[in-house]
Each structure stands twice: as structure tokens, then as C-alpha cells.
Design a protein. Structure first.
Length: 367
């Protein structure tokens, strides 16, 4: 595969110096920024993540900040999840939908105050959609992208590492909650969250100048914990059923098709732009839905295009993410399957670049 040519349009991050010193081997482009994808190898990175602790430069998870008297109203307009009970200090996973109920993003909403929110976005230009809604409805709110770069600390030793840097009170942060901690005189929001199933935290670094000092401090504190630079791992992501916007779902899919119906309070999320469309979907139910899929045979190649799923020669879905799992000794995959064939145990076929393979629909993901 060809190399990526660097330019100012591909923005560097406050941690790029550290990532390069750690000998990153591969990147992808995410929100117009470089996101590391491999350090040693996908398999070696996978095993290390499950045993130790990694520091991930996920600055590409850009923030859309809502600030002003109508910030809460705007946030509710964007999502079918009912936010009325959400308190400052909480994080919510929120599907963002358009007027048809199609998924535009699946970010984490961070409520800093009643009149100030961050939307920590997946890979899409959500900023422009939010600005358009705010201006079209003449809301009293400022929408912009602040100088905030998330740094994820992931793995079973992540809590111990952060305690060494920020103190024992780190242990009191509950899942999808956050606290404010100081580093070099700056306040940092730290949430117990992250894009893995191994446990961890995300540090929202406000002010790029402290990026490398924080990176270096974490590595110094974690030497005996076998801390390494890392990144979201494809294998572990699929095992855990963590969806990737743009890969596993797009604006052609509703939250219900993506298995995110539990995050849709369609009857009570008054004001959500896609509410009417989603009320119909909720009543009728989806005709296809995300499923965990096991693919038989030798390790599959990279899944860079949808792989069609067939039953008796008839197309019944597609695979969007797939990889060989060293722990489960099978090819793990995420697929969208029609309701006629989505029951656990269903036997299908998938057309891979290496030919047809037998697949089994699973009841749930591996971890």
C-alpha cells in the first residue's frame, strides 16, 4: 500500500513527537488527523493491551463544544437519547441522527456544566452539522472546536498508572463519569472511558503545550508497569463489539439497525430532529441488524470493502470488519444481517477476497 504524504491538511497532534519516538508503524486518517494503528504488530499490540497498559494518542477524537444558554437544547436536538436526567460530571454515549433517523456519528457527550458540553466525535465532519442546526434555529449558543486533545490510557494497569500521576482520587471515578485533576497548573478532565474492553481512562488535554510533558510523565511513572505507546486495536475492538463509524455503520443505518436502540428514548427525547422517523422504526422494528459473526478457516485478509453474506445463494447481509483472533482461535467479525437470518447459530456464507467461507451468527460478541 502507498504511503500517506504529510501536509498541513493532515494535522499533527500534541503527542506526535512521542508517537514517532515510539516507532509507530502505521497510521490511518481520522477527522483530518493521523491516528496510529500499529506499533509492533496488530497481534503483539493486542496481547500487550490485554495484559499491561498503553498510552493512545487519540487527539483525532475532536471535540465539538456547545457553550451558552441553549447548549442543552441543542444537544437534545442532535440525539434520540433522553438527556434530561444527565448531570454535570457525566458522560453519555449518544447516537447522533439526521432528519431521516440515519446515523451521523456515535460520540460521547461530556456535560461540563448546564451551559457547556463537549461532543467527543467519531470520524465525520459533525461540526458543520451542529453549526447548521444552531444557526438555522437561531439558538443562543456558540459552537466551535476547542484546543482539546484526548489521550487514552487503556489496559488492566491503567488505573495504577494514573494513580501514580494524579493521586488516589482517580480510583473514585465511576464508569462514564469524569473528574477534574491538575497537571502543571492546568485543569484536566479525566473520564473512566475508552475505545477498548480492557478498562481505562481518557484525559482531555486542554492546551497543546502540556501534551508532551504529560506524555513523558506517564511513561516515567509506568516503566515497571510495562507501559507502551498503543492505539485502538482492530482485533480487540471486534471481539468487544465496538463499532466503528464509517466502517460498520453510516448515515444509511439507524441506531436500531446498529444495535443501539437501548440508547434511543424516542418517546421522551422531545426536540430530537430525527424523532419522527425513529418513532416509525421503533414501532416496526429494523429489518437488518448488527451481529457478531465467526468466520471459519485460516486467518482472513484485511476487510477493506463490504464482504457479502449469502444464504442459499441469496444475499442476506454483509461483513464490515474482520480479523483473526489469537485468543479465540477464529476469525471474529462484525456484520449487518437481515432479520430472516440473524438468529444465533444461523449458518451462512461470506464472500472474501480469498473465496467463500462458512460463517456462524453468534448470540453475542466475544468479550
Amino acid at each position: 500500500m502507498a504511503f500517506i504524504s504529510p501536509s498541513r491538511r493532515l494535522r499533527r497532534t500534541p503527542f506526535s513527537e512521542g508517537v514517532e519516538a515510539a516507532q509507530v508503524k502505521a497510521y490511518t486518517v481520522y477527522n483530518h488527523m493521523l491516528l496510529p494503528t500499529v506499533f509492533e504488530s496488530p497481534e503483539a499490540d493486542y496481547h500487550h493491551l490485554k495484559k499491561h497498559v498503553q498510552i493512545w494518542d487519540v487527539s483525532c477524537e475532536r471535540q465539538v463544544e456547545l457553550r451558552g444558554p441553549d447548549a442543552g437544547r441543542l444537544m437534545q436536538m442532535l440525539t434520540p437519547r433522553d438527556l434530561r436526567g444527565m448531570l454535570p460530571g457525566q458522560c453519555y454515549y449518544v447516537p447522533i441522527v439526521d432528519e431521516t433517523g440515519g446515523m451521523l456519528n456515535d460520540p460521547v457527550a461530556v456535560k461540563l456544566a448546564e451551559d457547556r458540553w463537549w461532543i467527543s466525535i467519531a470520524d465525520s465532519d459533525l461540526l458543520y452539522w451542529v453549526k447548521g442546526i444552531a444557526n438555522g434555529w437561531r439558538l443562543d449558543v456558540l459552537v466551535d472546536e476547542p484546543d482539546v486533545s484526548p489521550l487514552a490510557i487503556q489496559g488492566p494497569k491503567s488505573e495504577e498508572l494514573l494513580v501514580r500521576v494524579f493521586g488516589e482520587s482517580i480510583r473514585s471515578i465511576r464508569f462514564f463519569r469524569f473528574g477534574t485533576f491538575q497537571f502543571q497548573g492546568r485543569d484536566l478532565v479525566i473520564a473512566r472511558s475508552g475505545y477498548s474492553k480492557q478498562g481505562g481512562f481518557e484525559i482531555y488535554v486542554e492546551d497543546s503545550e502540556i501534551g508532551m510533558p504529560l506524555w513523558n510523565k506517564l511513561f516515567e511513572a509506568g516503566r515497571d508497569l510495562e507501559v507502551r505507546a498503543g492505539c485502538p486495536n482492530l482485533i480487540e475492538r471486534i471481539e468487544g463489539g465496538l463499532l466503528s463509524y464509517g466502517n460498520d455503520m453510516t448515515d444509511d443505518n439507524t441506531p436500531h439497525e446498529c444495535g443501539l436502540g437501548r440508547f434511543c428514548d424516542t418517546h421522551t427525547a422531545i426536540g430530537c430532529i430525527g424523532r419522527d422517523a425513529l418513532l416509525r422504526v421503533a414501532k416496526e422494528g429494523p429489518v437488518q441488524q448488527i451481529r457478531a459473526i465467526s468466520i471459519a478457516g485460516e486467518p482472513v485478509p484485511a476487510c477493506t470493502e463490504f464482504w457479502p453474506l449469502y444464504a442459499g445463494g441469496k444475499r442476506v447481509g454483509r461483513v464490515s470488519s474482520a480479523a483473526w483472533s489469537p485468543d479465540f482461535r477464529t476469525n471474529v467479525a462484525i456484520g449487518m444481517v437481515r432479520m430472516t437470518h440473524w438468529d444465533a447459530g444461523a449458518k451462512l456464507e461470506v464472500e472474501t477476497p480469498d473465496g467463500m467461507r462458512q460463517v456462524t451468527v453468534r448470540e453475542k460478541f466475544w468479550i
